[in-house]
Ligand binder design. Structure first.
Ligand code: ARG
Length: 570
């Protein structure tokens, strides 16, 4: 289990068992009234009926059994039968000592590393990445890290948009321009908006784009070669951006990789009457009897035979099933695409192409500007991801020049710190919100060294590092002597596995943000109320230093799950 509450759940569960009551009633939680007790169990209320006694009488008997356990300092009944528990400090000393050494602080990993595919990033070829892709990348990469830490074979797949009509728009534009030879990222950035506008304005131009797309999808050698050229250029640009952001992918696949699976899939679904012809198109009806609203079918082929977004997504599931046999596929995509994914998931279930695989839509809200509307540049355009990182970097540099940096830090290290501060600011500001809610991108607020920000957490971790450096030597195995000042921090650290599990189960990185922020605050109070370096009792000093070191490990590990790197000093 790894948590102290989990340990006590076993202790109290045993007591229920001894009374021939269901063990499951013995769930112990961290108290929501820390002023009264550390832990509580409300199981006596539910057990009363079983036992044919009043909750209070059940509780009295339970308390007698629980009190006999070595770990228990105090156990009392509150109200009609709530049980309040405090743990002996000596027990906390040894429990923390043990857990802080364990892999993932005692969280029990899954066996046999089942595969989970995480679909995030989703940038589109030739178009600059914008902030819409920022959230997907940050949240998705964090979920990948969490799954990986939990023991899964987590596979991050960027799933680029590299196969639709925009590809034909570019190909036809290059042809109209008579362009031969390689293309650059700059050229693409110029060509694509021009081609797209021209196609919108003129049906004949659009037709050129469509037929170029068809040619590409039909495997035309020339078109494929041109396409591959600008794909390569685009990917190189994306990799640069994602590297700067500290976001990683195991697979660089795109919609195009689904192509070979499409024809056999359509054939199979038609043969099984799951896909049907409808006014020349091929569709999969996915509505259910209990749908409250009209539920549109998934369109596999348009009447001209062209494939759509849903077609590639369904075929991609087949690819993933064959490549990884995943237990889950988690899509980290803008919430506004939830209907699309519901259609795809339903089609996958009806056709049984993903048996045994949980298809999960982990949607997220919009990143808004200070005006509350979707984030834009000053001139009203879409903010590009590289510009946004640069903005964060500039702000971080300014913040650092206001701060009293360690004098021995040279230019290069300073720049490295600024980068870490910028990324911590951007990522933490995003991840700390409940995934589904919108949030306001406020560069000033998120780069501050005070408040619930990434830079504040970096600062706390670095402060501990510098304290430990000043201590010269400290004993990593020092005996813990947890006193009143250390207690809240120690108890909080022993909650790790619960928060981790919650974040994992619910695809909810904000749970870890909340938790690491609480740790930093608890550390601050401990630091404010205790002597550490100047403590005269050497055993207490050693224990406090070890608590500092352990706290630092927790903060760094949790920030690591959030994709945030901590500098050595600042
Ligand atoms: N390229 C898409 C976009 O920019 C996102 C892709 C999301 N993933 C997926 N499997 N459809 O909106």
């Amino acid at each position: 289990m790894g948590t102290l509450a989990g340990y006590l759940t076993d202790v109290v569960g045993d007591a229920f068992g001894q009374m021939n009551l269901p063990r499951e009633l013995g769930v112990v939680r961290v108290s929501d009234r820390p002023d009264l007790c550390q832990f509580q169990c409300n199981g006596a209320m539910g057990a009363a009926k079983h036992a044919k006694k009043s909750p209070r009488d059940v509780a009295i008997e339970l308390v007698g059994l629980i009190a006999a356990h070595d770990a228990v300092e105090k156990v009392e009944i509150a109200g009609p039968g709530f049980i309040n528990i405090d743990v002996k400090k000596s027990f906390i000393n040894s429990f923390l000592s043990e857990n802080s050494r364990k892999n993932l602080f005692g969280f029990v990993r899954v066996d046999n590393s089942p595969s989970v595919v995480l679909d995030y990033g989703g940038p589109n070829i030739a178009k600059a990445m914008h902030v819409g892709h920022l959230r997907s990348s940050i949240i998705g990469d964090t979920l990948r890290r969490i799954y990986k830490a939990a023991g899964y074979n987590a596979i991050g797949d960027v799933h680029m948009g590299d196969w639709g009509t925009p590809m034909g728009m570019i190909l036809s534009e290059l042809e109209l321009l008579g362009h031969e030879g390689p293309v650059t990222m700059e050229m693409l950035a110029e060509i694509y908006p021009k081609a797209s506008a021209a196609c919108k304005a003129d049906e004949a131009r659009m037709e050129l784009a469509r037929s170029a797309t068809k040619k590409l999808q039909d495997g035309d050698v020339d078109a494929t070669k041109r396409w591959q050229e600008f794909i390569d250029v685009s990917i190189a640009g994306m990799k640069k951006n994602f590297d700067a952001l500290g976001v990683y992918f195991d697979e660089w696949k795109g919609e195009s990789h689904a192509h070979p699976f499409i024809a056999p899939m359509v054939k199979d679904l038609k043969e099984r009457s799951i896909a049907v012809e409808d006014q020349g198109a091929v569709i999969v009806p996915v509505k259910k009897n209990d749908d409250k609203k009209e539920f549109p079918p998934l369109i596999l082929l348009k009447s001209d035979g062209a494939v759509l977004y849903g077609t590639t997504d369904l075929a991609t599931i087949i690819d993933r099933e064959q490549s990884y046999q995943p237990v889950k596929i988690v899509y980290c995509v803008d919430q506004r695409q939830s209907l699309h994914f519901e259609q795809v998931f339903r089609a996958a279930r009806i056709s049984k192409i993903a048996e045994g695989t949980d298809l999960i839509f982990a949607g997220f809200g919009t990143m808004n500007g200070l005006d509350g509307k979707p984030f834009k540049t000053r001139d009203g355009g879409v903010m590009r991801l590289d510009d946004l990182i640069e903005m964060g970097l500039e702000k971080a540099r300014a913040r650092l020049s206001e701060a009293n940096l360690d004098e021995s830090i040279d230019e290069q290290e300073r720049e490295d710190i600024a980068h870490k501060v910028a990324i911590a600011a951007i990522k933490f500001a995003d991840l700390q919100n409940q995934r589904q809610s919108d949030y306001i991108f406020d560069l000033d607020r998120m780069t501050a060294f005070e408040g619930k920000t990434g830079p504040y957490l970096l600062y706390q971790a670095v402060r501990i590092s510098s304290l430990l450096r000043k201590a010269d030597v400290f004993d990593e195995d020092a005996e813990f002597i947890i006193g009143e000042d250390e207690l809240p921090l120690a108890l909080l650290l022993l909650e790790f596995a619960d928060h981790f599990e919650n974040a994992l189960k619910n695809h909810a990185p904000h749970v870890l943000c909340e938790y690491v922020y609480k740790i930093a605050q608890a550390f601050s109070s401990f630091y404010g109320s205790c002597h550490i370096l100047s403590e005269e009792d050497q055993r207490v000093r050693a224990s406090r230093l070890r608590l500092c070191a352990v706290t630092r490990n927790y903060i760094i590990a949790i920030l690591g799950l959030l994709g945030i790197d901590v500098p050595e000093r600042m």
